[in-house]
Ligand binder design. Structure first.
Ligand code: SF4
Length: 329
């Protein structure tokens, strides 16, 4: 912590200072649905990975303050190399990215030379550079359906999303064994108890959840897809099986309805809050706009290789931006 940081503004002054710096730096603040409510409320744009990538590629701001995790900020830099991209906390990683070291992924690819690599965006820049097409949970369905059924595919790093797509589209993609620690923590037993407490309430689940949770869902989709479902479901209570900070957007849009987060293993733990996303705070957002650090830097050769698979995603996903829908389970 610098001497300056000991005198950080607080409360409304902090929000006003972030606003002042945003204007002074010609910065855009992008926020993921899993960010703390106070960050979502301050962001210029809140969205899922695909929407945030699209926004990063299109913005004419000079600075992108990315309130999400590192692979998302890396993606913004890959798509907008001329911009300064800052991440409030450089330790905001992702268990899926950690599960897929580039050297091991490279060896896996080399062991299956006839397979193409369809890779979830939750991975490192190096793994993107080793992939053919990137997908997000909101674009995976559209993209997979454009690939011929007889084309062998490696899908990484999320085995639950890959397994869900395999089951739904009768594919046999080879799956990398990674999981999201947040979605993995949902408990089937606790979900069934919650359903009994709210008879008739539908369940909306993210496809990063394991099959024993997804199998109880009335709707399976990306964060933006789940939000869309929340705006249209009939009834007054919805059970939400994804990172609970998304409920903030639901409560803002539909204050008269009741949104209940699905529980983790002991029924009331906080294990469904993403510990990486939670590292970003308003104070760190302020200091990163003030100092333009920590800053994302990517070596140009690597960036260009990774950009190919991201460009392919944006091209194949065109038409799905904002739809965010993997459909019903
Ligand atoms: S919620 Fe899961 S997939 Fe998303 S950033 Fe956190 S650990 Fe990664």
């Amino acid at each position: 912590m610098t001497a300056q940081d000991t005198k950080l503004p607080t409360g409304e002054d902090l929000v006003a200072e972030i606003d002042r710096l945003r204007k002074e730096r010609n910065a855009i603040i992008l926020g993921h649905y899993y960010q703390r409510p106070e960050i979502q409320d301050l962001a210029d744009f809140v969205g899922d990975s695909l929407q945030l990538s699209q926004m990063a590629a299109e913005t004419d701001a000079d600075v992108i303050a990315f309130c999400g995790v590192k692979f998302m900020a890396d993606t913004a830099k890959i798509l907008s190399p001329e911009k300064i991209v800052v991440l409030p906390d450089m330790d905001a990683g992702c268990s899926l990215e950690d599960s897929c070291p580039p050297d091991k992924f490279k060896a896996f690819r080399e062991a299956h030379p006839d397979h193409i690599a369809l890779t979830y965006i939750n991975c490192s820049t190096e793994v993107k550079a080793l992939s053919d097409v990137i997908v997000t949970s909101s674009s995976a369905e559209t993209i997979l359906q454009q690939i011929p059924k007889d084309q062998p595919i490696i899908f990484g790093p999320d085995r639950h999303l890959g397994g869900y797509l395999n089951r739904k589209y009768d594919r046999d993609m080879l799956l990398w064994p990674g999981v999201c620690i947040v979605h993995e923590a949902f408990s089937e037993q606790e979900l069934l108890k919650l359903k009994a407490q709210h008879p008739g309430a539908p369940v909306a689940a993210h496809p990063e959840c394991p099959p024993h949770v997804v199998d109880h869902a009335d709707y399976v989709g990306s964060t933006s897809g789940i939000l869309q479902f929340a705006k249209t479901f009939e009834g007054d209570t919805l059970i939400v099986a994804t990172e609970p900070h998304i409920i903030h957007q639901m409560e803002k849009a539909l204050p008269e309805k009741n949104f209940v987060g699905a529980p983790g293993a002991d029924g009331n733990c906080n294990c469904n809050i993403c510990p990486y996303m939670a590292l970003n705070t308003l104070e760190k957002l302020y200091t990163c706009l003030r100092d333009l650090e920590p800053r994302i830097e990517i070596e140009e050769g690597l960036r260009l290789k990774a950009k190919q698979s991201l460009d392919k995603m944006l091209e194949m996903a065109s038409g799905t931006i904002g739809k965010g829908d993997l459909g019903r389970a």
